[in-house]
Write a protein that binds this ligand. Structure first.
Ligand code: PRP
Length: 210
């Protein structure tokens, strides 16, 4: 039995569709249930940011999670495969008509991704004050809480509708299949065979698109 942690929402749905294609059965969570057991798998439905914790502590053998979350958490996990779904970017945003003031003694950065933001500006040798927020990040520069934001951009409409623009892209993200290192040793055959099956499905999907 393989336990698979999935992030609630579209990525979970798209991952289950891949499993359905492989195994020719239906994988659906009942109403509010958080565990689904079927066909030798146990799927866990968790918050996106919590997937690394479930896999790191081996409550799940494998998981699916965005590269943005993996980079932010920076845990000791195996990255097996880019699934090519859940694409988004982590960007620096600023108000339209403004530019980053590189001469300022300190740049105020609002973000929920403090680790990614800190690392990015350290590399540029810029002094920053990081303001940790949990959502609605785009609001911060509009009310003077920060000079810039570091946030997820998918369609770009949240930034646009709030008068912000992307000035720099830090990371191009998509969902990855990850594994716990011990599970990968203990259940190597199961995980490797699943890896190959998923790989085949996403390759044929990519060919259909091309
Ligand atoms: C994310 C992100 C942006 C928005 C970007 O927020 O923080 O606000 O999506 O998407 P867009 O480019 O398509 O407009 P999310 O909806 O996950 O909510 P949160 O702020 O509560 O995390």
């Amino acid at each position: 039995m393989l336990t698979v942690a999935l992030p609630k929402g579209r990525i979970a749905e798209e991952t289950l569709e891949i499993f359905e294609q492989i195994f020719g059965t239906t994988f659906r969570f009942d109403d509010r249930k958080l565990i689904l057991e079927a066909d030798g798998f146990r799927f866990l439905l968790v918050r996106n940011q919590d997937v690394p914790a479930y896999v790191l502590h081996q409550s799940a053998d494998i998981g699916v999670v965005g590269l943005d979350v993996l980079e932010e958490k920076d845990e000791d996990l195996l990255r097996l495969l880019d699934l090519g779904i859940g694409k988004c970017k982590v960007c620096v945003g600023i108000q339209e008509g403004k530019e980053i003031d590189y001469s300022a003694p300190e740049l105020k950065v609002a973000t929920k991704m403090t680790h990614i933001a800190q690392k990015y500006f350290s590399k540029k040798a810029m002094a920053v004050e990081i303001i940790k927020l949990y959502g609605s990040i785009e609001l911060a520069p509009l009310v003077g809480l920060s000079d810039v934001i570091v946030d997820i951009v998918e369609t770009g409409s949240t930034m646009k509708q709030n008068g912000l623009k992307v000035v720099e892209t830090i990371l191009e993200s998509s969902a990855y299949l990850i594994a716990n290192k011990n599970s990968f040793i203990e259940k190597k055959e199961e995980i490797t065979s699943l890896y190959h099956q998923i790989h085949t499905v996403i390759q044929s999907k990519a060919k259909q698109k091309a």
